[in-house]
Design a protein around this ligand. Sequence first.
Ligand SMILES: Nc1nc2c(ncn2[C@@H]2O[C@H](COP(=O)(O)OP(=O)(O)O)[C@@H](O)[C@H]2O)c(=O)[nH]1
Ligand SMILES: [Mg+2]
Length: 217
Amino acid sequence: MTERIELAEPVLRANDIVARRVRRLLEEAGVYAFNLISSPGSGKTSLLVRLLEMLRGELRMLVLVGDVQTDNDARRLRHTGVEAVQIVTGGTCHLEAPSIERQLIGRRLAELDLLIIENVGNLVCPTGYDLGEDAKVVALSVAEGDDKPEKYPGIFARADAVLLTKTDLLPHVPFDPRAAEGHIRRLQPDVPIFPVSALRDEGVAAFADWIRARAGR
Ligand SMILES: Nc1nc2c(ncn2[C@@H]2O[C@H](COP(=O)(O)OP(=O)(O)O)[C@@H](O)[C@H]2O)c(=O)[nH]1
Ligand SMILES: [Mg+2]
């Protein structure tokens, strides 16, 4: 038997009011924002390190990174020279719009081109929480199994782009990229899918181009 659980609607609505404010702030300042979502360990931070290295001479960027504990990721990202702020959620499995708004208020947003939000590692909780972003980017590593888009359709159905990460592992894992793509395309026929390996620095340039086309000055 399948049991359906309703989401807490009033909580979502309160979040959406703040998300709308965040979106307006960013829009007025001409900042493009994307929200990077995946399960823990799919390679979000590693990919972002490569992306920041690629774009740091061209775009003015800020990264907000959510984790349940530690500022490990912000420290990794800061090594690129780009400002990265850790948001520690203390147990919550997703970021909410008020945490983003708190980080943006008082900043000179007009001096930014791109806001990157690395969400808490989770394919379910972040799905219903608008952060005021322009795009949701969902990452799926080849080590997780090609059935994940089918099992977690909510987030893949909302993705504006999908990153297929750790492609260097393809020879070692039973992952069929065509099956994964098929599941994704059934939800969204035209969503761009970028195969990437942060380890080998493969495919990241194509994703950087996609970002440039949206966040370019
Ligand atoms: N083989 C391989 N490992 C990777 C790649 N990207 C990240 N990793 C490893 O996967 C683990 C999780 O990466 P991380 O960037 O922290 O993922 P996050 O939790 O999604 O931010 C780390 O041990 C990384 O070194 C990749 O492209 N290829
Ligand atoms: Mg991370």
